[in-house]
Design a binder for this molecule. Structure first.
Ligand code: GLN
Length: 309
C-alpha cells in the first residue's frame, strides 16, 4: 500500500500551487473574507493516527458539514419518525432550491439540502430554548472531536442572519405546510449558528471517526450510534452530501462525503479512515473545488473508494 504520509505531503504541495481554486462563497458576506489560498487536509486512520497537510489546524466555518451531526442528533431523538418530515432521495437541485418544495408539499427531499437541514434543526429545537438546543449541538461536536475549545463564530452567524433571505423563505414555506413546529426565527437562529461552528480539519476528521467505524469512536470505545445507523448516514452522505454535485463526487471520489460552503468536506472511508479537507474556493454546485480534487487523488492512490480499487 502507498505510504499515506507521503501521499498527503504530495497532495498538499500540489494543492498549494494550483491556480484553479474556485470561487469563495460571498452570499454570506463574512465568508467572502476568507483567503482562497488556504488548503488543509487531515486523515485519521483506523489506529487513530493523524496524517495532516497544509492548513490543517486553521479553523474554518463548517457550514453544511454540520448537517451530518445535526442529522445524527435528530435521529437519536426521534428515530425513524424523522423520515416523516424529510425524505432521503437526492434532490438533483441546488442546495438552496425552493422549486421542489412546492411540488412536494413542503417536505424536503433529504436532510442535507438547506430545507431538509432546517427541518432537522427544528426537530432538535422542539421542547428546548434555542440556546439549549444550540448548546446541545455544540457539546456534541466538542465530544466527538474530543476538543472542548470548539466554538461558534458569532460574526459568521450574524452575517448569515442578515442576508439569509432564501433560508427564511424556505422555512416560512415549510411552516405553511406544518413541517416546522417552532417559530421560524428560533429555528433559523439555531440553524445559522450551527452552520457557523468553526473547526479545523484535524478536529473535523476526529469528529467523523464514528462514521468510519460502525458508529463507535475507536479511541474510547464509545458507541455514538448503532452500526446500522452509521451505515445509513453514510448512505445519505454518498447520495445527497454534495447536492446536485453528488453524482460527480461519487464518480470521482467514491466515498460518502458532506460539503459546506465554507469549503470544507468530511469524507468517510469505512473501516479505513475519516478525512477532512478544506479549500475555500467552490465549484458551480457550491462544493469545494480543490477539496474534491484532493480527495479524488487520495482515494485513487490509496484504493479507498467504496466501489473498489
Ligand atoms: N449556512 C449555509 C446556508 O444555509 C449552508 C449552505 C452550505 O454549506 N451549502 O446557505
Amino acid at each position: 500500500m502507498p505510504d499515506l504520509a507521503h501521499v498527503i505531503r504530495e497532495i498538499s504541495e500540489e494543492m498549494a500551487q494550483r491556480s484553479d481554486r474556485g470561487t469563495v462563497a460571498d452570499y454570506i458576506p463574512e465568508l467572502a473574507r476568507v483567503d482562497p489560498k488556504n488548503f488543509g487536509i487531515a486523515v485519521i486512520d483506523a489506529e487513530g493516527q493523524a496524517f495532516t497537510g497544509g492548513d490543517s489546524d486553521t479553523p474554518f466555518s463548517i457550514q453544511s458539514v454540520s448537517k451530518v451531526f445535526t442529522l445524527t442528533l435528530a435521529l437519536g431523538m426521534a428515530g425513524d419518525r424523522l423520515w416523516k418530515r424529510v425524505g432521503r432521495e437526492p434532490s438533483g437541485n441546488p442546495f438552496n432550491s425552493i422549486v421542489q418544495l412546492e411540488r412536494e408539499r413542503g417536505v424536503p427531499r433529504n436532510p442535507f439540502i438547506n430545507a431538509g437541514a432546517i427541518a432537522v434543526t427544528d426537530l432538535i429545537l422542539s421542547g428546548h430554548e434555542p440556546r439549549e438546543a444550540l448548546g446541545e449541538i455544540l457539546r456534541f461536536m466538542q465530544f466527538l472531536a474530543q476538543d472542548a475549545s470548539i466554538t461558534i463564530d458569532e460574526r459568521v452567524a450574524a452575517s448569515e442572519k442578515r442576508t439569509g433571505f432564501r433560508n427564511t423563505a424556505l422555512a416560512n414555506y415549510m411552516k405553511s405546510f406544518g413541517v416546522i413546529d417552532n417559530p421560524v426565527d428560533y429555528t433559523l437562529g439555531v440553524y445559522f449558528h450551527h452552520c457557523a461552528i468553526a473547526m479545523t480539519c484535524r478536529q473535523l476528521a476526529t469528529a467523523g471517526r464514528f462514521l468510519a467505524h460502525n458508529g463507535r469512536i475507536p479511541a474510547t470505545g464509545h458507541s455514538v450510534v448503532s452500526a446500522e445507523r452509521a451505515r445509513r448516514i453514510n448512505a445519505i452522505m454518498l447520495t445527497c452530501g454534495h447536492y446536485d454535485g453528488s453524482g460527480e463526487f461519487a464518480y470521482r471520489v467514491g466515498l460518502p462525503g458532506k460539503s459546506g460552503v465554507g469549503g470544507g468536506i468530511l469524507a468517510v472511508a469505512p473501516g479505513k479512515a475519516s478525512i477532512a479537507v478544506w479549500a475555500p474556493g467552490l465549484d458551480a454546485a457550491g462544493n469545494s473545488h480543490l477539496g474534491r480534487v484532493a480527495l479524488e487523488q487520495l482515494t485513487q492512490r490509496m484504493g479507498w473508494s467504496v466501489f473498489g480499487a
